[in-house]
Design a protein around this ligand. Structure first.
Ligand code: N2P
Length: 351
């Protein structure tokens, strides 16, 4: 008997490391995701891992310029899934930084709203799949700011906001405000119009208190009571403080409209897992959870059906038809991007 036990434990001791190695190999299945900050529900990545056995190596960025610079530097390596705003999709594709998606591995693609698909920046969504979409408007604390005074972008230029204004760290959206006040397109490539927008923004400088990567936190902490914000930031602040009076308006000259999409870089190391991750994020229950917890709109019509009426009909999350009918979604501005960046740098150093 003793001998049998000894032999059994010996065998166990010999095979355990082998089993262990096998287990490790399983756990080593991974997907490298690089996403905007504050753009993923808490705990969701762990749930994905529990369900699929695929570990998520997750990191975040604060704006499109950082994402683009990083991918360019890595020449399309280093990540499996990225979430650029759509103007970047065409640029990355044209520079050979993306690979076409295999739609057979994305069964939930069929649930997506056709009005957000097949756009000029990516015909047939060969390279990109919408994750969340939203607007950029004016957010404020209505206990500190008189709501009747805030109806349009040009109101932000008022002397009243000297040293008080928050701007979100999003170059294209910052230029959007000035372009709209000047009556131009958010996608202009005309050097003269871009210059005029820069001149207009220079006049806004005395009003700016901070350029923020997390406007909801800054609104809640009272660091700023008014500013240019993405809609979901105000929704998040409202959810956290239901008793506060945070408001969001679509400025008369036209809010900013954008879509953030999943893409797979050209030299992604785990392409199959990237597809599994993207499809998981499109699953109706998961996409609905993203809306509830992050405060931005999903493109999944099936997910929308799962939302409570209060969320589905929240005009800050899903803009009403009259606002949507004026929507000018952001597009790539091609070579003019360098001009925007040049003026953006000048603004940052207050030139
Ligand atoms: C939220 C990120 C919003 C992305 N932190 C806006 N395009």
């Amino acid at each position: 008997m003793f001998l049998k036990v000894l032999v059994a434990s010996l065998i166990l001791a010999i095979i355990t490391p082998v089993l262990g190695a096998d287990n490790e190999a399983e756990i080593e299945e991974k997907v490298l995701v690089y996403n905007w900050s504050d753009y993923m529900p808490d705990g969701l990545l762990d749930e994905f891992t529990r369900e699929t056995g695929i570990k998520v190596e997750y990191s975040t960025y604060d704006n499109n310029e950082i994402l683009y610079a990083r991918l360019k530097l890595l020449k399309g390596r280093g990540y499996d899934v990225l979430v650029p705003s759509t103007p970047l999709v065409a640029r990355m594709r044209d520079e050979g930084l993306l690979q076409p998606l295999d739609h057979n591995q994305l069964p939930h693609f069929k649930d997506l709203d056709p009005t957000l698909l097949n756009k000029p920046y990516d015909p047939d969504n060969e390279y990109s799949v919408p994750y969340l979409w939203g607007t950029t408007g004016i957010g404020f604390d209505a206990t500190k700011v008189d709501a009747s005074k805030i109806t349009k972008w040009s109101d932000l230029w008022s002397r009243e906001w000297r040293g008080k204004l928050l701007l979100t760290d999003d170059m294209r959206e910052i230029f959007h405000m000035a372009l709209k006040v000047n009556g131009n397109s958010t996608n202009t490539t005309d050097p003269e119009e871009i210059k005029q927008a820069y001149e207009k923004l220079k006049k806004l400088m005395p009003n700016i208190k901070l350029v923020s990567v997390s406007p909801s936190d800054d609104l809640e902490s009272g660091k700023a009571d008014i500013g240019m914000m993405w809609n979901g930031e105000v929704v998040t602040a409202q959810d956290k403080n239901p008793k506060a009076h945070y408001q969001y308006i679509y400025p008369e000259e036209g809010a900013g409209f954008w879509v953030d999409s999943f893409v797979i870089p050209a030299r992604a190391p785990n392409v199959e897992n990237a597809h599994k991750f993207i499809d998981y994020m499109l699953r109706p229950d998961v996409a609905a959870r993203c809306v509830k917890e992050i405060g931005y709109a999903t493109a999944s019509l099936e997910a929308k059906k799962l939302l409570d009426a209060s969320v589905r009909n929240n005009p800050i999350i899903f803009p009403p038809p009259e606002v949507l009918s004026t929507a000018e979604f952001k597009q790539d501005v091609g070579k003019a991007q360098d001009l925007y960046l040049l003026y953006w740098d000048k603004l940052k150093v207050a030139e």
